[in-house]
Write a protein that binds this ligand. Structure first.
Ligand SMILES: C[S@@+](CC[C@H](N)C(=O)[O-])C[C@H]1O[C@@H](n2cnc3c(N)ncnc32)[C@H](O)[C@@H]1O
Length: 501
């Protein structure tokens, strides 16, 4: 079996983390399947990689639909960003719960006494996103005989230069869909070309729509090619005037539009960035979480599923057993968790890398009259080292890192704070289990260049075994709660509570 071969009648056994399907080839090798696998479906596959121990393949043809597959309403659009739509929501939750259990397999012994909670579902399984990023582009393919100069929707997964038209995004709310469709009409009628990432030529690049769930306020962020000269294509007046007219009409039609920006993007990178110009309304919109209000700027981090975020923060608050003196909110974003928990502690340290997020945090604390949170704009690994060297102590630590998990050099310092409990909020079961294994002294194989960190833990684990005497405290996994923030996608969140023993 080699690359490009078609293999027939393969039964998809299950879905693995990352959303790929898993099956077994006739020679016993496992096959990792992309392209919308659904368990129990029978498919023909085209091999994309043939490795010694496994194959990678794409679905070529569906031979027999999975009995799990349900029909989706005709007006809903199935695209890469919601590829689990044909799987019933309860089944999605079952699959995610199973994936978390499997991820913790290597810590079987350590989780024997652990309290496993049932997965917490998202309050809404559709229309839950408060932020949607659309892209403009083209669809040109000689092989398919396709030359379409105007596309507005979402990137085809894994293809940076291909856009799939969107007509209805089921994850966005109704108003976002209506506004998006109106903007589509304006952009098409403008005669300005869509951006081509291969040549750097063209005007329209991205539209981000942010909609505050509780207040209803909407923010529009247009990202356009800052190097494009609109006069050349015959637009009368300046680029700003064109936008001002469009925005005036939109804001008269949709009263919810509270803020509109455009970003002049000078870079070829496919990211929403650039010189920020406020075209209309207020500089920020506000939303509410568990009774507190938060300001959102164009680039602010804010959990994209607001109602689910309240469940997450509620779960974090409920899992904390020692609410008293010092809380460390590490990887804090705009400080939401620390601000919500401030009333339970004498002092909260909120540590975040991105300076604009820390600044938002200061404003959010002020806005809610919270005075005991100190915002520290630093890398967690640097803060941890410094705080440890000053013999800082904490009762509770919240860890909410990005997908890559904790920086290995931070772990021994975090442990040295001697917190009674650590709450780890994770969006990646693989790095979660890796980090916890290290924290429990079970696995020294962390991929790191920081040998000191690994050695320090390894030495400690060795000492513990030899002398049952500790300098770094030991922890046990007290409870695990899987949570579903992103229905119809493969993403999973998990909240794990570690307790000092
Ligand atoms: C999952 S988000 C945190 C969300 C936040 N706890 C909330 O609920 O709103 C992870 C955050 O970690 C920050 N970050 C990434 N690497 C970091 C580092 N080395 N040190 C500090 N913060 C970091 C990111 O900028 C991001 O805001």
């Amino acid at each position: 079996m080699k690359k490009h071969d078609i293999i027939e009648n393969i039964k998809i056994e299950k879905l693995i983390f990352g959303g790929s399907g898993l099956a077994t080839a006739s020679d016993g090798r496992k096959i990792i399947i992309s392209g919308g696998a659904i368990p129990d479906g029978i498919v023909d596959l085209r091999i994309t990689k043939s490795k010694k121990n496994h194959l990678e393949a794409q679905i070529y043809r569906t031979v027999k639909k999975s009995p799990l597959e349900k029909a989706i309403p005709a007006e809903w659009q199935l695209y890469g960003g919601c590829k689990w739509l044909p799987i019933p929501y309860d089944k999605q939750l079952e699959i995610k719960e199973q994936q978390i259990t499997e991820a913790f397999h290597s810590l079987k012994w350590e989780t024997e006494q652990t309290d496993w909670h049932t997965i917490i579902r998202s309050p809404d399984s559709e229309h839950y996103r408060n932020k949607v990023e659309f892209s403009w582009g083209k669809y040109i393919s000689e092989r398919e005989g396709m030359h379409d100069d105007y596309r507005f929707g979402f990137h085809v997964q894994g293809q940076f230069d291909r856009i799939e038209d969107c007509w209805y995004c089921v994850l966005a709310d109704e108003l976002t869909n209506q506004v998006f469709r109106d903007i589509d009409i304006y952009a098409r009628g403008s005669d300005l070309p869509t951006y081509d990432p291969k040549t750097g030529i063209g005007f329209w690049r991205h539209l981000v729509v942010r909609r505050a769930k509780k207040t209803g306020e909407m923010m529009l962020i247009f990202s356009v090619n800052g190097t494009w000269d609109t006069e050349k294509v015959g637009i009368t007046g300046t680029r700003e005037q064109f936008f001002t007219n469009m925005v005036r009409e939109l804001s008269e039609k949709y009263r919810e539009i509270a803020s509109v920006y455009y970003l002049e993007n000078m870079s070829r990178a496919d990211v929403v960035q650039g010189n920020q110009v406020l075209l209309y309304g207020a500089a920020t919109i506000t939303d509410e979480l568990l009774g507190l209000t938060f300001e959102i700027q164009p680039k602010s981090f804010f959990q994209v599923n607001t109602l689910w975020a309240e469940k997450l923060y509620g779960r974090v608050i409920d899992s904390i057993q020692y609410k008293r003196w010092v809380l460390l909110d590490l990887y804090a974003g705009t400080g939401t968790i620390g601000i919500l928990l401030a009333k339970y502690f004498s002092k909260v340290y909120s540590v975040e890398l991105v300076s604009s997020s820390s600044e938002d945090g200061v404003k959010n604390a002020d806005r809610n009259s919270v005075t005991n949170v100190e915002f520290i704009n630093a890398k967690v690994e640097d803060f941890a080292k410094q705080f440890a060297s000053e013999k800082g102590k904490a009762d509770t630590i919240i860890l909410d890192p990005p997908r890559d998990g904790l920086h290995a050099s931070a772990i021994p310092h975090i442990l040295a704070f001697g917190a009674r409990e650590i709450i780890y909020v994770s969006c990646n079961p693989a790095t979660l289990v890796r980090d916890i294994s290290i924290m429990l002294g079970r696995d020294m194989s962390h991929q790191t260049t920081d040998t000191n960190a690994t050695e320090m833990i390894a030495d400690q684990a060795h000492q513990d075994k030899k002398e049952t005497k500790t300098t770094l405290p030991l922890y046990r996994i007290s409870d695990i709660t899987p949570m579903d923030m992103f229905p119809h996608t493969h993403h999973i969140e998990t909240v794990v509570r570690l307790e000092r023993v």
